[in-house]
Design a protein around this ligand. Structure first.
Ligand SMILES: C[S@@+](CC[C@H](N)C(=O)[O-])C[C@H]1O[C@@H](n2cnc3c(N)ncnc32)[C@H](O)[C@@H]1O
Length: 273
């Protein structure tokens, strides 16, 4: 079985084991707050974008909370893609409860998004812990580029690749007295294999296998560029956005925002301008 099929099964199992009430307050948050679920720096960058009348998408959207919060910025149509069937079920449920009826959620592997979406989006979003599930970023960003219309934007807010070098507090390599200690290689090629559930949504349990991958910052930037997009902005931040606050505000790059655009005049198949 290839690693994506195993990951799909592991994510669906994690949802089955979710903490009681996980995700169930999202509809309420969507009704009460502007741009809930984004860190302030991401919200500030998103506020600069005019979403009115736009067709927007999120790849690996999980339970849809972030995409749904962008829908409230005036987008005309939203589409969330994720391969976990039961998690997409919660996304649809949240949309309905929040009264957002112009956002669809599609169960599929992000690499196999239907060709009918080619050129279909003005804006594509990736957030926290989405691109790590792909061993090679090239087919992923090729799909993003294909789905964007000319002039469309890609927005990524994710863990900084530097974080992959740091042990988490529950790992044996972590030493609170030596918090800047580097344990893992930045250029790590072998995948991360984990069988402890998905801690932000479930308790720890002996789970199906999650396989994820370390990418360097140049892997990310070059795959975006090589697939016909132009990087407009790259911001780095010294705080984490989901794994642990143990390293926050110590001068280490822990998260980033990348904004790229698919220009109108690019010849993506030859790589030439
Ligand atoms: C860490 S979550 C993203 C979380 C989201 N940012 C949030 O805070 O709710 C990663 C998501 O990627 C999805 N995923 C992983 N690999 C995928 C693939 N190949 N195609 C589609 N979805 C995928 C998983 O099902 C999971 O919902």
């Amino acid at each position: 079985m290839d690693y994506m099929q195993t990951n799909k099964a592991a994510w669906e199992e994690a949802f089955e084991n979710r903490h009681s009430g996980w995700g169930e307050k999202n509809a309420d948050m969507l009704c009460r707050c502007r741009l809930p679920f984004f860190v302030p720096d991401a919200a500030r960058e998103l506020e600069k974008i005019d979403f009115r009348g736009k067709r927007i998408a999120q790849f690996c959207c999980n339970n849809g909370r972030e995409l749904l919060s962008l829908m409230k910025m005036g987008a005309e149509q939203g589409t969330g893609f994720d391969f976990a069937e039961n998690i997409i079920g919660q996304a649809r449920d949240t949309a309905q409860k929040a009264g957002i009826n112009n956002c669809e959620f599609i169960v599929c592997n992000a690499l196999e998004i239907d060709r009918k979406y080619s050129g279909g989006f003005d804006f594509i979003l990736f957030t926290i812990g989405a691109i790590t599930w792909f061993d090679d970023l090239n087919p992923l960003f090729a799909k993003v580029s294909d789905c964007l219309r000319s002039g469309g934007l890609l927005f990524i807010n994710d863990y900084h690749p530097f974080m992959g070098m740091l042990p988490m507090p529950d790992e044996s390599g972590y030493d609170a007295r030596c918090p800047n200690r580097i344990v893992y290689r930045y250029f790590r090629k072998e995948p991360w294999i984990e069988n402890n559930g998905m801690d932000y949504m479930s308790r720890a349990y002996r789970s199906k296998t999650f396989t994820s991958f370390q990418h360097t910052m140049s892997d990310v930037v070059n795959s975006v560029i090589d697939n016909g997009m132009r990087v407009n902005r790259l911001n780095e931040y010294d705080y984490d956005i989901g794994l642990s606050d143990a390293y926050d505000n110590r001068g280490l790059p822990l998260s980033y925002i990348l904004l790229a655009e698919k220009p109108g005049n690019i010849l993506t198949d030859s790589g030439a301008y």
